[in-house]
Design a protein around this ligand. Structure first.
Ligand SMILES: [Mn+2]
Length: 351
């Protein structure tokens, strides 16, 4: 493992616009540097249109409130992915095709970075793939969700299925009025992330879900165990209004709950955002704002399975990994979680 970042030899093609080009070109392995693709040592880079998953590395880090380092998260996950077994305990998710983009350029004004994130996610959905966004700080989920919404409006096809015509389980009138199929967000997180602003910044990672619910996105929160008084009151209001539901860690963890209660009004299509601090710090200690009492590994997989069984996961992200030198167990757990999630999504899509 070489600590210095390699300058990509196969510089991304300019024709791919702001969304990043193919990572590592057609080469089948790292060229003396850190891997730039998910499972780079194990699988070839497929054509984007032939891949079920588009891995989108987003090394975005702007609003650190406690520990930093999430900008290094995507590269660490890609590197750790080379240690994965292709067989996930059920089948081989990689057979669906995993296409890894070059990392999103996270320099420059925040709005421009967010636009790139949105474009990459919209393009992935437009190509019939499931975006798998690797963070980076949690703020990136808002533009990623917007991109998935855009992609669904333009082409409501997920891996060959016309999801636009599926029964919406009585999706709310609010959502039905929006153009395109309604999209809900399922958030695994220790924190509610519902603050109006944090340290003066409305685009802080601590506010990302507030920015989404403000646009009418229905939200289901799992594993939360740290909320501010303001967030506590807002959650009560939003849940009374039928816009937010939650199963907090204090309910889930001690009883090892593996069922997810979706209300009837929750959309059929969901974006799953996994802040790795939802897991117990014993599983992933390398994160900016760790909280004790989190979800166990097997419970995480059970809950993901439950989400996938009840709704259709059309996109996901894994965010807030802040690698700590020498603590590669955390990076590997994040890579493994990403891959297990792909397997769960793929089995539902094929099933
Ligand atoms: Mn969090």
């Amino acid at each position: 493992m070489s600590p210095e970042r390699e300058t990509p030899s196969g510089t991304p093609a300019g024709g791919d616009g702001p969304c990043g080009g193919p990572a590592g070109g057609a080469s089948s392995g790292p060229v003396g540097g850190r891997p730039r693709r998910f499972l780079e040592s194990e699988i070839e880079q497929p054509e984007p249109g032939a891949a079920m998953f588009h891995v989108i590395p987003v090394p975005y880090e702007r609003t650190v409130s406690y520990g930093g380092g999430t900008a290094a998260g995507p590269a660490a996950i890609l590197e750790a992915s080379n240690q994965l077994e292709l067989f996930d305990g059920h089948d081989v998710p990689a057979e669906g095709g995993i296409y890894t983009l070059s990392p999103i350029d996270c320099s420059g004004p925040r709005e421009e970075v967010f636009t790139r994130i949105t474009a990459a996610c919209a393009e992935a959905v437009g190509a019939g793939a499931v975006p798998v966004v690797l963070g980076g700080e949690h703020s990136l989920s808002a533009p990623a969700v917007r991109g998935v919404q855009q992609g669904l409006r333009a082409a409501p096809l997920i891996y060959g299925r016309d999801v636009g015509s599926e029964p919406s389980k009585e999706a709310s009138a609010r959502a039905a009025a929006a153009a395109g199929p309604a999209l809900g967000v399922v958030q695994f997180d220790a924190h509610a992330d519902l603050r109006a602003q944090y340290e003066g910044d409305p685009f802080s990672h601590a506010c990302v879900m507030r920015r989404l619910v403000e646009t009418g996105v229905p939200l289901l929160q799992l594993g939360v165990r740290a909320v501010s008084p303001e967030e506590h009151e807002l959650r009560r209001q939003l849940s009374r209004a039928g816009r937010l539901v939650y199963q907090d860690a204090a309910e889930l963890v001690p009883q090892f709950v593996s069922e997810v209660r979706f209300p009837d009004w929750f959309p059929e299509l969901v974006y799953v955002t996994i802040d790795v601090d939802a897991l117990d710090p014993a599983v992933i200690p390398a994160t900016g704002t760790p909280e004790p009492g989190g979800i166990d590994w097997y419970q995480m997989l059970s809950l993901l399975n439950a989400v996938s069984a009840a709704r259709r996961i059309v996109a996901l992200d894994v965010v807030e990994l802040a690698p700590v030198p020498g603590l590669h167990l955390a990076e590997f757990a994040a890579a493994r979680l990403t891959y297990q999630a792909m397997g769960i999504v793929r089995r539902r899509l094929l099933g």
